[in-house]
Design a protein. Sequence first.
Length: 164
Amino acid sequence: MNTKPFSKFPKLKTDRLILDEIKMEHLAEVIPIAYFEGKPLESKEKIIQLIDKLKGDFEMKYGITWGLFLHGKLIGSCGYYRGFENEIGEIGYVLNSNYHGKGFMLEAAKAIVDFGFNVLELENISAFTDIENKPSVALLQRMNFINTTEKHKHYTKFLKGKEE
């Protein structure tokens, strides 16, 4: 993996969004999108820990999570989680429910997948989602991710290779 982009937090731009670092100053805006392992974080202390974790993951080159900013307002996040072992990055994302169905996550996910292949030089990108989360499954399918496992009770794995 190319670690050069990790010397400074990379800002990405799409047609409508700025993807940038989530900082403590965004604490109030993080509350509606603060999830860890699929569960909402309900205390300010837990959300502060999450923001600190995102910063630490970036500094240790273990992961990178962008805030999705629309007209300066944080509306969601997406990024790479759990390291980059074997040149594979795992993406995850969450969007404030007020912005669902407007194409924002597709726009952001395309930007981070492009960053993963072209800047981080990943060979594959994976994602895990609850099979009942139809919008997430549809997003991954629209981006040409391929379901690489049998559908289990709760989760399924999708994978997209560099040559696609």
